[in-house]
Ligand binder design. Structure first.
Ligand SMILES: [Zn+2]
Length: 264
C-alpha cells in the first residue's frame, strides 16, 4: 500500500480492517491528481527497474566464470609441466643408476683377479674411467632435472593455492549474492503488488501515455520539480510551469525533455 504523502485522508472508523483499507483507497483516489498517481507509479516502476538492474547484474556475475576458468587452466598447465619434469628427472635418475651399475660391474671384473692379461686389464681400466667421466655428465643432467623439478613443484603449489583461494572467494561471493538476490526478489514482489494496487487509479489514456514515455525516455516518464528544475534533465522550469505541475488538473510537460512534470 502506498503512503498518502501530503494528502489529507478521511479515515472512516470501521472495525473491519479490510473495509477500512478499501475506503482509504477510494478516498485517497478521489483526492489525488492524475499526475500524482502517475508519479507514484513512476516511483514504484523506478524501484522495480533498479531492483531488476541489480538482479541482472548479479546473474551476470554468477554466470561469469571466466576468472575461474583462467586460473583452472593455468593450474592444469602447471600440472602438465610438473608431470613432464618428473618424467625427465626419473629418466635422469635411471641413467645415473644404470651408469653406476656399469662401473660397478667393470670394476668388479677388474678387481676380481680373473683378468690377468695386462692389455685386458688396461682396457678395463680405460673403460671404467670412460664410464666414470660419462657418469659425471649424467649426474650434472640429473642435478639440472632435480632443480627444474623443484621449480615446477613450487609453481604448481602456488597455482594450487591461488585456485583454492579463488574457489573460496567465489563460494563467499556467490552466497552473498544469492542472499542479495533473494532480498531483491522479495522487494520486487512487494513492489509489483504496490503497482497492481496503483494501476486501477489511472485511466487507460494516461497509462498509455505513461508507458509510451517510459519507453522513449529511458524509463523515466514522470519527473519531479526539484529546486525549480526538472529532476530528470536538470532544465530550469518557470514559476508558471511549476505552478501548473502542482495543480491537480491536466498534465504539464518539461519544456526541455518533454517528460510529465510533477510538483509537490
Ligand atoms: Zn526535463
Amino acid at each position: 500500500m502506498l503512503n498518502g504523502g501530503k494528502l489529507k485522508f478521511t479515515r472512516v472508523a470501521v472495525f473491519n480492517p479490510k473495509i477500512t483499507a478499501e475506503r482509504d483507497l477510494i478516498v485517497y483516489n478521489l483526492f489525488m491528481s492524475t499526475t500524482l498517481h502517475l508519479f507514484r507509479l513512476q516511483e514504484i516502476d523506478s524501484r522495480i527497474d533498479m531492483a531488476q538492474r541489480r538482479l541482472d547484474e548479479i546473474q551476470k556475475i554468477l554466470n561469469n566464470n571466466a576468472e575461474l576458468k583462467r586460473v583452472e587452466a593455468y593450474f592444469e598447465n602447471c600440472k602438465a609441466s610438473h608431470g613432464i619434469s618428473e618424467k625427465v628427472l626419473h629418466k635422469a635418475e635411471g641413467a645415473v643408476k644404470q651408469q653406476r651399475l656399469k662401473i660397478e660391474q667393470t670394476e668388479s671384473m677388474l678387481y676380481s683377479g680373473n683378468v690377468k692379461n695386462p692389455k685386458e686389464v688396461q682396457d678395463l681400466q680405460n673403460k671404467s674411467n670412460a664410464l666414470k667421466r660419462y657418469l659425471s655428465k649424467l649426474e650434472d643432467i640429473q642435478l639440472e632435472a632435480m632443480l627444474a623439478h623443484d621449480e615446477e613443484n613450487e609453481t604448481l603449489q602456488s597455482a594450487q593455492t591461488a585456485l583454492n583461494k579463488l574457489k573460496a572467494q567465489l563460494i563467499q561471493q556467490n552466497s552473498r549474492l544469492a542472499g542479495e538476490e533473494s532480498g531483491l526478489n522479495k522487494e520486487k514482489e512487494g513492489l509489483l503488488k504496490d503497482r497492481a494496487v496503483a494501476l486501477p487509479a489511472l485511466e487507460d489514456e494516461r497509462l498509455k501515455l505513461y508507458n509510451k514515455l517510459r519507453k522513449s525516455k529511458r524509463g523515466i516518464a514522470v519527473a519531479l520539480v526539484n529546486d525549480g528544475g526538472c529532476s530528470a534533465c536538470g532544465a530550469t522550469v518557470t514559476l508558471a510551469t511549476q505552478q501548473k505541475a502542482r495543480s491537480a488538473t491536466g498534465i504539464t510537460y518539461c519544456p526541455s525533455c518533454q517528460r510529465i512534470l510533477y510538483g509537490k
